[in-house]
Ligand binder design. Structure first.
Ligand code: IMP
Ligand code: MG
Length: 336
């Protein structure tokens, strides 16, 4: 039985969705539950056949044998949720905590209509900031008040803690990344909530003593979408020359690209209580590593990069992503 939290170590879009999916296939969790802000997050999951972008359904949905939950702390946009549930056919195994805050059309209008949010901060325009604001003011509806969600309503913390009592494995997936945490990120250029591992546990009603592992996902070349400081950002010409060009899953904005930030990685690992790290995009460090599934297949250049990252983070890098597909992963978690 283990309870693992998976969070983003930089500014989001580190490839958590893929790591969650890989870990799910390896560890057979009975429940995969989402924390984080809400539908401002886009998770991309790619199999050999298809690419999925999800915003409300946990990115672990691709693993068919787990129940899927949305924790109490998360904001739910019923329109987005119901669309995804229909498109992915997960209606019989997905559950929403009765206390989730609800995003109304009006919150989206306020998000898009506010120059402060949409222009200065560069929000995703999905209504999350205004909805969290109303939630704090105690003006929000909760999921249990929405008739369209009635089939999915449950007590997520009770489900998760009972599964842990019964010796089952549980995955708690975060969203966004450390650098856009309301508490620890580059305020005011942040999202409307903390994004660290403790918050993800709290979002799901799982106490800190029940967490066994915190996997923080870092990206070899970090990215940032929206406004705000980005210490290691490189000019577009340089990143394009490196062959790196990325677009946001939710807003399709071109992501800003930077080089590895060791100082940020260390600070993020500290606050997240990182026990193991994952690094994605190793194929950008050395394209010869694309698709590798064994550590021995990595070049010296890639191994040196991982060693440097490990020194910065202070814990072992146990998961290495070498391409977008779930199977393009090196998993060292169970090696001695
Ligand atoms: P909001 O969360 O939509 O209010 O956006 C606030 C800031 O967080 C903006 O800079 C967004 O681009 C950024 N942001 C929000 N969610 C994500 C995410 O899932 N990935 C990356 N950036 C995000
Ligand atoms: Mg994303």
């Amino acid at each position: 039985m283990t309870c693992t939290v998976i969070v983003g170590g930089f500014f989001g879009d580190e490839g958590k969705g893929k790591i969650v999916a890989h870990v799910a296939y390896q560890d057979d969790p009975s429940i995969i539950s989402r924390g984080g802000v809400g539908p401002n997050a886009g998770h991309t999951v790619k199999t050999a056949e298809k690419e999925f972008g999800v915003r409300m359904v946990p990115s672990g949905f691709i693993y068919p044998d787990a129940k899927l939950c949305i924790g109490s702390g998360v904001l739910v946009d019923p329109r987005v949720f119901l669309n995804e549930v229909g498109a992915l056919g997960v209606g019989t195994r997905i559950f929403v905590d009765k206390r989730c805050g609800i995003i109304e059309e009006e919150h989206i209008a306020r998000d898009k209509g506010s120059a402060h949010l949409s222009k200065t901060i560069g929000s995703t325009g999905t209504g999350c900031g205004p909805a969290n604001s109303d939630r704090v003011l105690r003006l929000s509806r909760q999921a249990k008040d929405v008739p369209e969600l009635a089939d999915y309503i449950t007590d997520v913390p009770l489900m998760l803690n009972t599964a842990l009592d019964d010796g089952e494995t549980v995955l708690l997936e975060g969203s966004q990344g450390f650098g856009i945490s309301l508490y620890y990120g580059t305020y005011p250029y942040v999202t409307s909530k903390d994004t660290s591992a403790s918050q993800i546990a709290a979002d799901n009603g799982v106490g800190p003593t029940r967490i066994d592992d915190v996997i923080v996902v870092f990206k070899a070349y970090p990215t940032r979408v929206g406004e705000g400081p980005f210490e290691t950002e490189m000019p577009r010409e340089v990143s394009h020359k490196l062959g790196i060009e990325e677009f946001g899953t939710v807003t399709h904005r071109e992501r800003r690209i930077g080089t590895w930030d060791g100082e940020m990685a260390r600070y993020s690992a500290m606050i997240n209580g990182c026990t193991q790290a994952a690094i994605t995009g190793i194929d950008h460090v050395d394209s010869a590593c694309y698709g590798a599934t064994e550590y021995s297949q990595l070049s010296k250049k890639a191994k040196d990069f991982i060693k440097m990252a490990e020194d910065d983070i202070g814990v072992p890098v146990t998961l290495i992503s070498t391409g977008p597909e779930i199977t393009q992963t090196i998993d060292l978690r169970y090696e001695v």
